[in-house]
Design a protein around this ligand. Sequence first.
Ligand SMILES: [Zn+2]
Length: 308
Amino acid sequence: MISEFNRFFTSKTLASTYKPTFLKCLLDLGDYKEDEGGIWITKNNNNVTVDLNFVAARFLRYYHPLKFKFKLKQEATAKRIAIYRILEDFKELVGVKTAPSKKILCSESFSEMRQITIKEGIKPQVLKKLLNDCNIYSINKGSNSIEINKDVVKFMKDNKKILESALNHMIAKYLENCNASPNISTALEENIPRKKLSTSKFDIIIDLQSSRCFYCNKEFERKEFAQEHFIPWNFIRQTEIYNIIAACTPCNSSKSDRLAGTKYLNMIIDRNEKLEKKPYGYSTEFMKNLYESCRIEYHGVETELWIL
Ligand SMILES: [Zn+2]
């Protein structure tokens, strides 16, 4: 069994992120909550029968933020992969701001979306193909279900964290080939903490801005400032001093996760030059490149930049 996983992790190239994502969904078999698809799991003597609805709900849960929140491309060409197309087609139902929970994706209202995911994503792309690299289940012909040996389920449960990290690494490696967005592995975690700059560091920034909002230049009390990620957090997924500015609440919420106009880029570049300790590796070029990548891959070149 371990050798089957080893074989998978040493397989040379991936054609997509489908296979590791499929395995990531199966990792849940050891400790799913009853209302997160328990009805699709049947335990027999030696085997566990898994209805693919269980996998489809998780598939949607994992791909949702990659498409809508982080806007990560799944391949280098413009051709859309099936799972992104399905998410797009069901955009109204599924919403774009936050990914629905596994429980919601397992509910009746998502039945059609799950069926299409099975039919157009999972079955043609991964179900049989994965068995070539990792023979850990068998397909029940004529039904949308697979059989997994109980020992395999136990192994996945006992080693969930290790396997999850390894699978996420594989997915991140693939995504890094077609996205310039940094910190891709963070985007694959289920609960992503959004760190804040320490008060002492944020104080440095407020002082550099003479207690004025970076955008509207109005004066505010220290406590009224929000830590605003100049290049949107959804693109950069880290909180570093070179990218944090002090903004008033109206400016902060007006800008939201958009990219600000180039005059502001020049302003933050000037501001960063005044930092006593610049982060290691920081340069004006670095900031400009990051801004440009964000404009192309996250904000959209056609979309107007945010200006107050
Ligand atoms: Zn303001």
